[in-house]
Design a protein around this ligand. Structure first.
Ligand code: AMP
Length: 303
């Protein structure tokens, strides 16, 4: 089993009520790959500019993350800048500099074409589809997107969604994509667009999953210190799909565990800026928090 991820590998500038981080490693593919690599080998497809340094690349060292598909091009690396409100739940995008992404034409290394699982990270839906077209017979295709593309490239996104099994979005994005205010109605409308499973991420309020088996809800792990939510969504995706790929099954029980694994990984991501916490994370820490998650949500039936 291996996961192919396409997404941004970025420099992020982030302001939170607790501080500011200038041009630190970010991007949807970076967070996803590191999280998923705890469970399954990852093939990364993306592009960086000449300004992307060895120090940033070192984040992927010593992990089962293949970088043969990470192109280096003349120009500057994708840069995103955002600011979080005091409650850390809402954020404002201050800048999106696509830079080398603007002319990116992904070509998959031969060895990536047989990847069993695909994660189409948050990038232009047209690029997502170009990548998907080059994968031979994926067993599961998951996709993330955001308001930038929902309003910017609605027709292209709809076409991509026809080929997707699992869509991961936040509640505002689900509403915008479906035109429905109610999330249950939004889920029905989005599942009719292609994805049989929809995962709605609600930040500190947890996650809702809608699938053929019905719905499943998970809280976010209650943390005393939340520092920077950037990348939590992609880290969730990495834990979710990484775990699913490692199990080779998609039944309801496995999907539910995958949601908790995604939430577990995301709960570590928000504890520090950039990928700092994920890069220090160990498998025993993951297993222990997964166990605490189970206790957090367990209750006995009425007798
Ligand atoms: P998340 O907090 O999980 O939604 O993802 C944050 C990451 O998404 C940041 O590290 C950004 O570099 C990246 N990002 C933000 N906007 C875009 C965009 N329009 N295209 C691709 N990646 C983006």
């Amino acid at each position: 089993m291996s996961i192919l991820v396409v997404g941004s590998v970025a420099y992020d500038t982030v302001e939170t009520p607790f501080g500011r981080a200038e041009r630190v490693l970010g991007g949807s593919a970076s967070f996803f790959a590191v999280a998923a690599s705890f469970f399954t080998p990852v093939n990364l497809v993306g592009v960086v500019g000449r300004d992307f340094g060895a120090q940033q690349l070192a984040a992927f060292d010593g992990r089962p993350i293949d970088l043969a598909g990470l192109e280096r091009r003349d120009g500057e690396t994708f840069h995103w800048q955002g600011r979080y409100a005091w409650d850390l739940n809402s954020r404002e995008t201050l800048r999106t500099d696509l830079n080398v992404f603007e002319t990116f034409d992904p070509r998959l290394p031969e060895a990536y074409r047989g990847s069993s699982h695909v994660f189409l990270g948050n990038i232009d839906p047209l690029l997502q589809r170009r990548v998907l077209d080059q994968v031979e017979r994926p067993r599961l295709v998951a996709c993330d997107t955001m308001n930038f593309w929902i309003s910017g490239k609605p027709a292209e996104l709809r076409e991509t969604l026809r080929h997707v099994d699992v869509l991961l979005v936040n509640d505002a994005e689900a509403r915008e994509l479906s035109g429905e205010w109610n999330v249950v109605k939004a889920a029905r409308a989005i599942r009719a667009m292609g994805p049989s499973t929809l995962v709605i991420k609600k930040g500190e309020h947890g996650v809702l999953m809608f699938s053929n088996e019905g719905s499943f809800a998970a809280p976010a792990y209650p943390l005393e210190d939340v520092f920077d939510p950037t990348g939590a969504g992609d880290t969730f995706g990495g834990g979710f799909l990484g775990y699913l790929a490692s199990r080779e099954r998609f039944d309801d029980e496995t999907l539910r565990r995958a949601v908790i694994m995604g939430s577990t990984l995301a709960s570590f991501c928000v504890e520090a800026f950039s990928l700092d916490r994920l890069l220090r994370l160990t498998r025993p820490e993951i297993d222990e928090r997964f166990r605490l998650f189970r206790r957090l949500t367990h209750f006995e039936p009425l007798s």
